[in-house]
Write a protein that binds this ligand. Structure first.
Ligand code: SAM
Ligand code: SF4
Length: 668
């Protein structure tokens, strides 16, 4: 079962830990990944994403947030399609957020007067109260973590208690009925869950079937008129799905919209224009987008307009208008440079505006108005689209033909970024090293070096590199230019020559390993990471063993591994998908476990070294600062001064410990 845990506090972490131990796959949704700090070192089986990523990913969503984050998390959960998902809400009631219909809440504070008030205000809501007598730190109790922890359920409503027990048991917890609320106060088990409200039979069914909606006080006043016309105050809401390229495209789209007089707001309800920037690299991404549109279609009656951008827009095209007639704008990424014109048509009342015909364009989307969202890293797209047509991949069909920006334009953007105070730049492209300067001035390695020489820039990263276009001058540039980071991401996809051939990767494992040998022969210690697909059609046990052998040979510092997922329009779609899903899952797990051991060894070799670390955030609970080394490894370290260093600053850190996914140290 995939579980999205929304939150990063003690409750969220403890719930996540218990779930991981029970072999569930967990994604933590947080506003502040640094807050998970060292916890992630010990529990790399949890992925970190935003609240909406976690809610969208999961079969089961656990809300474990409090304070100001609650409203954000609930909105994100409301945005994600929750149909068919169990939702348990452990929101702390001090946030004063009402229970959401169809959501089973379990709280972590024992405050009867607040509970009574909530119950009075929301008599039909089902909510459950979890508490412990010494505060939520009790959740971290080793007794709770180890063995089969028991959730002690108490409450005045037997039906509600039975449902709670049933749900908790699905998570692998044992439950014990402690009787009524009062009796629970007398004991001190690790965790109590107090059922404190009526739960109707339809709620029982609802817990697995309905898509709960965020309502009430969370919906702020809309600046749009009920009659349906756009008010003078143009507002938009934009949600992004997918990779770094998509996140950076969104930065450019946001900048373009702001330039056109739009103001960004945080929820669909507050926006006049609702945009989804979509990804379709894996899974049934298109379905997620339609579900999301369906969830919010009622807002169309209030005059709100909808737009679908990115890969799903390009893939589904005008079919989107048929399935969701209230959508007014459908645009693939190759047409973003026409966004200002499309927005003008939208404002004039046009209802079926498309940007879908530009996949053969030679133009790139360049704007000076990028709204940078990352506080310490400036992204620059240097190449768009892809011409490689790997047999499993949808990118060439959704992002169009490969086209590079001129190196002068890239360097101008690098200087602007440095002027804004950024010291780290990441160059982006589906295959960044397939870069061909239309001005003919610089090859990729030369551009890399030139960006590294821009005044004020201290770190340059680049992703993703394609093995076919990986040349020795890239390694030479890294050796020569100190600002280029000690890291190359070089996706291999498989260790089997046969699978690689059917993937149309056009290289063999030996050819790939030759590139790895160049990187390993560098004077600097260059960290290597990769992408792997398991369960490609026809992948035999033997093919998989070859991938495992390659893993052992290269000794990567990080691997992103995916189960093969069939994608529309791709040649692999017609290959017989011989690997059953459970076998794919098994191979994925075996591979990740082996890789974890490799990383454990790799990372521990760095104990005793002094590394330059760029600060990304702080984890006050642990008294640690979170940052990243040049090799892209997370480093959590102690810092002797009372005031934490600012994100984006650089410190020397002595490494004192290592986990498979991060290093631990002390500032020197
Ligand atoms: N251009 C890069 C390359 O070829 O090395 C990779 C870019 S792709 C957006 C990111 C990763 O997604 C790929 O390296 C691959 O591992 C994974 N991927 C792409 N299509 C996939 C599919 N159909 N199923 C599973 N994983 C896929
Ligand atoms: Fe997809 Fe292959 Fe292009 Fe990478 S190189 S984006 S995997 S088609």
């Amino acid at each position: 079962m995939k579980v999205g845990v929304l939150g990063s506090g003690t409750v969220a972490r403890t719930l996540a830990m218990a779930l991981i131990e029970r072999d569930h796959r967990v994604m933590m949704g947080t506003r502040d990944p640094a807050k998970l700090g060292e916890w992630m070192n010990e529990n790399p089986l949890a992925l970190v994403g935003s609240f909406s990523d976690a809610a969208a990913y999961a079969d089961v969503v656990l809300l474990a947030v409090k304070g100001l984050a609650s409203a954000d998390a609930l909105r994100a959960a409301g945005r994600a399609n929750l149909a068919g998902k169990v939702v348990i809400d452990a929101t702390n009631p001090i946030a004063d957020v009402p229970p959401t219909n169809g959501v089973l809440k379990f709280f972590t504070t024992l405050d009867d007067s607040l509970m009574e008030r909530l119950q009075r205000e929301f008599p039909d809501a089902c909510f459950v109260k979890a508490f412990n007598s010494v505060g939520s730190s009790q959740f971290a109790n080793p007794q709770f973590r180890s063995g089969k922890p028991t959730m002690f359920i108490c409450g005045n409503n037997d039906e509600a208690k039975a449902i709670t027990a049933q749900i908790l048991e699905q998570f692998g917890w044992e439950t014990a009925d402690m009787g009524k609320v009062e009796s629970a106060r007398a004991i001190e088990p690790p965790v109590h869950v107090v059922v404190h409200s009526r739960i109707h039979q339809e709620r029982v069914d609802a817990r697995v079937q309905t898509a709960p909606r965020v309502a009430g006080p969370l919906v702020a006043h809309s600046p749009y008129t009920e009659e349906g016309s756009m008010a003078a105050d143009k507002t938009f809401y934009l949600e992004t799905f997918g990779c770094q390229m998509n996140a950076h495209d969104s930065e450019k789209v946001i900048g373009t919209l702001r330039q056109q007089g739009y103001r960004q707001v945080e929820s669909e309800e507050d926006a006049g224009l609702i945009l989804y920037n979509t990804c379709s690299i894996r899974d049934k991404a298109e379905q997620k987008v339609f579900n999301r549109l369906n969830d919010y279609k009622k807002l169309h009656k209030k005059g709100k307009r909808f737009g679908v951008l990115g890969c799903v827009a390009q893939q589904e095209g005008e079919k989107i208008f048929e399935r969701a007639p209230y959508v007014s704008l459908v645009s693939g990424s190759a047409s973003y440079r026409k966004l200002p014109e499309m927005l003008t048509r939208l404002e004039a009342g046009e209802s079926r505006i498309t940007g879908l015909d530009d996949r053969q364009t030679d133009e790139t989307f360049e704007t000076e108005f990028t709204a940078r969202q990352n506080p310490y890293r400036g992204y620059i797209t240097i190449i768009e689209g892809c011409d490689k047509f790997c047999s499993y991949c949808v990118v060439p069909y959704t992002r169009g033909k490969e086209r590079s920006r001129s190196s002068s334009s890239v360097l101008n953007e690098a200087r602007r970024i440095a002027d804004l105070g950024y010291t780290e730049i990441q160059l982006l492209g589906q295959n960044v090293n397939s870069y061909r300067d239309p001005e003919g001035k610089r090859g990729f390695a030369e551009l890399l070096a030139a960006v590294g020489e821009v005044e004020g820039i201290r770190r340059v990263r680049f992703t993703t590199s394609h093995p076919r276009d990986f040349t020795p001058d890239i390694v030479e540039a890294i050796d020569r230019v100190p600002t280029l980071c000690d890291h190359v991401h070089l996706p291999v996809q498989s260790g089997s020559a046969d699978v690689l051939r059917r993937m149309a990767r056009e290289y063999t494992p030996e050819w790939y390993l030759e590139r790895i040998a160049w990187i390993k022969a560098a004077r600097r210690p260059i960290s290597i990471s990769t992408d792997i697909i398991v369960g490609f059609p026809g992948e035999s046990d033997d093919d998989f063993i070859r991938t495992m052998d390659l893993l052992a040979e290269v000794e990567y510092d990080c691997v992103f591994a995916f189960k093969y997922s069939a994608r529309p329009n791709t040649p692999a779609l017609v290959m017989i998908d011989t690997v059953p899903d459970d076998e794919k899952a098994k191979r994925l797990q075996v591979l990740l476990e082996r890789q974890r051991e490799i990383q454990r060894v790799n990372y521990s070799k760095q104990i005793g070294q002094i590394l330059e670390v760029m600060v990304e955030g702080a984890n006050p609970e642990r008294g640690q600062i979170a940052g990243r080394s040049s090799q892209n490894k997370p480093v959590n370290f102690t810092y002797p001064q009372p005031i934490a260093p600012a994100p984006g600053s650089y410190l020397q850190v002595r490494i004192t410990g290592a986990y498979p996914n991060s290093l631990v140290g002390e500032a020197v």
